[in-house]
Design a binder for this molecule. Structure first.
Ligand code: SAM
Length: 288
């Protein structure tokens, strides 16, 4: 099939770049990054190395979380004037825990064409190499750093029945494994993908307990993606109304709202959210 010539005027290209191994830059991405008018880079110095290596002399501008607001109108103007623009991040796919999504949304809203040039992504690379179920999965990206938000997110992840993929900085990995150990137990399937596509690529698993022990002995270094196996559903009959109430009260005592507590328990035991909320409501009314 004959392909359309690239880059085309007025098109925004979302371009995937390597997450380690430079050989993973696709020929199509390479050609595009050479021929496009402007490249919006998360970090111009970082991407400069890749762009110089492929001989790209396209105009570069920075595009990161601190200048998104001012940069988007400028890039839209360029597109409107018929120039072609590519957006790249430091590694992997823009928009996946990296800048890009807001620019794509703004470009679509203003009627510009957006074309993705796919490439590596740590989340999907870790998932498919983990051996954990990949037919349905949740991408969690980076978790909130601390506090109630983190506890709530971890509680949801622990009760999620699909495989979860989490990005984590190496200096926080041991803390995350401790938290997962508490919430999911040592036997829950888990695989840590470290330094994917790089010289010291490593997989550590196959359970929370094994990975936790490993990283207690070997300080985590390099980039890590955590793939957590899903929770095994609990039989609905297993919990009586009284037991449900106890669990709901324990969750609200930890600071969770009644609505969120009902939602979380519902996802764990398969009983309706509304019923659980009503149980908790009746219990707290009685106590008042
Ligand atoms: N946009 C990127 C993508 O498509 O995967 C993700 C960028 S995010 C800022 C960086 C995080 O991705 C790292 O903290 C790590 O969790 C994960 N990551 C990136 N490269 C990796 C690699 N080579 N091996 C394992 N995890 C990696």
């Amino acid at each position: 099939m004959k392909q359309r010539a690239e880059p085309a005027a007025g098109v925004l290209y979302v371009v995937g770049t390597p997450i380690g191994h430079l050989g993973d830059l696709s020929p199509r991405a390479r050609d595009l990054l050479i021929a496009v008018d402007t490249i919006a880079c998360e970090d111009t110095r970082h991407s400069g190395q890749l762009l110089s290596r492929i001989g790209s002399t396209a105009r570069r501008c920075s595009f990161h979380q601190h200048n998104t607001r001012t940069r988007i109108p400028q890039l839209l103007l360029e597109l409107d004037e018929g120039r072609s623009v590519a957006v790249i991040s430091d590694a992997g796919l823009p928009g996946i825990s990296d800048p890009g999504q807001e620019l794509v949304a703004a470009a679509r809203l203003s009627g510009c064409e957006v074309i993705s040039i796919p490439g590596p992504c740590a989340a999907t690379t870790a998932l498919v190499s983990s051996g954990l179920p990949s037919d349905r999965f949740c991408f969690e990206g980076f978790l909130p750093a601390k506090g109630r938000e983190r506890r709530e997110r971890l509680a949801f992840i622990a009760s999620e029945q699909r495989t979860s993929v989490i990005y984590e900085a190496p200096h926080r990995l041991c803390q995350l494994l401790d938290e997962l150990f508490e919430l999911c137990g040592e036997e829950r399937p888990l695989q840590v993908a470290r330094e994917l596509t790089k010289r010291h690529e490593q997989q550590v698993g196959p359970t929370v307990g094994v990975a936790r022990n490993h990283f207690q002995e070997h300080t985590p270094q390099g980039e890590c993606t955590v793939v957590l196996g899903g929770a095994v559903p609990v039989e609905i009959e297993a919990l009586t109304d009284k037991q449900c109430c106890e669990q709901l009260l324990a969750l609200t005592a930890e600071g969770m709202s009644a609505k969120d507590a009902a939602k979380l328990l519902s996802s764990k035991i398969g009983r309706s959210k509304r019923e659980l909320y009503a149980l908790l409501h009746a219990e707290t009314e009685q106590a008042d």
